[in-house]
Design a protein around this ligand. Sequence first.
Ligand SMILES: [Zn+2]
Length: 312
Amino acid sequence: MSEWQCCGTIFISRCILASCLLGYYVTYGRFLLPHVPETVHPPLPDHVEVMNITGNSTDAEIDPETSPGLFQGDMAMDNDIYRFWRVGIRWDTYPDKLWKNAIVPYTISPLYEPSDQVTIMKAIRTINFMTCVRFAPWDGKAKDYLLIWPIKYPKGCWSFVGRFGGAQIVSLQAPDKTSPNCLGSEGRAIHELMHALGVFHEQSRWDRDKFVKVHSDNIIPRFKSNFDKQSLDNTTYSFEYDYDSIMHYGKNFFSKSKGKPTITPKMGHSKKIGQRKGMSKGDCLKLNDLYGCLDNPRSKRKYYNICNFMGI
Ligand SMILES: [Zn+2]
C-alpha cells in the first residue's frame, strides 16, 4: 500500500490528522513520530481552487505564503470554520479550536538542517516570551500537537487555523538554492504559528476598507476571493487595524505582474505592509487577548509592557 492510499477515499479531510498518521509510526530519536507523507491534502472550503504546484516550481517571484494555493494562500480550512471566522477564531462558536491551557505541544521534523531548526526555535521562543502561550516539546503522549514539517506537496508555508485535533501539521519549506523560502528568518514561522494559534489575516477585517484599498484588477482572477472580508456580524476585534501586523498581506500578494499592487494603505501611503520580521505590538496584544493573558491585572500589565517594548 502506498503512503497516499493510507486513508483511502476519506483522505481529504482527515489524513494528515491523527486518524491517519497515528497508525503508522517512524522512530526519530527518542520518539516514535507519525509517518508524514510527502503529499498531504489539507481540508479546504468547497469553492477554493488549489493551485497546481509542481515539484519544479521554483520561481523566486512566488511568495512562499501564496504558493500553496490554500485558503488565502497559506491556511488549511474546513467549511465550518470558513463560515464562522473572524480575524481571530470565534471562540464562542469554536471553543475547541483554542489550545487548552494555552499550551501547545510541538515537535520539529528531523528533516530540517540544524540552522533551520534554530530559526524555528527562535520563532517559538519569541512567542513564548511575548505571550502567555507556551509551546512545549511534545512528550510523545499528548493527543494534540503540532508537527512542524517541510511538506513537499503542497509546498510553501502553510498552517491550519487554531487547534485541529491530533497531529497537526505546520508546513515550513526549508531554504533551497533559489530562495530562503519560509525560513530566511523567524518571521514567516511566527506568521504560520499564529495561524495555528487561531489568528487570521489582518486585511480580512470587516473594517479594512477604511484602511486599505484592494486593487481588484491587479489580482490574478482565480485568487480574488483571497481578498474577501468578513461581515460585521462575524467580526469584532478589540484592537485597531494594524498595518504593521505580521499577519497582513504584502502589497503584491497574488498580483498579476510586478509593479501592479493588489493592496495598498489608504492612510500614510508610504506605509509598508506585509512585514515578516516579527510580531507587531498589535499582534502581540491580539495573541495575549485570545489566550486570556490580559484577564488579570498583573498579567495584563506584564504583557502590555512586553508588547509595547518588543513589538514592531
Ligand atoms: Zn497567512
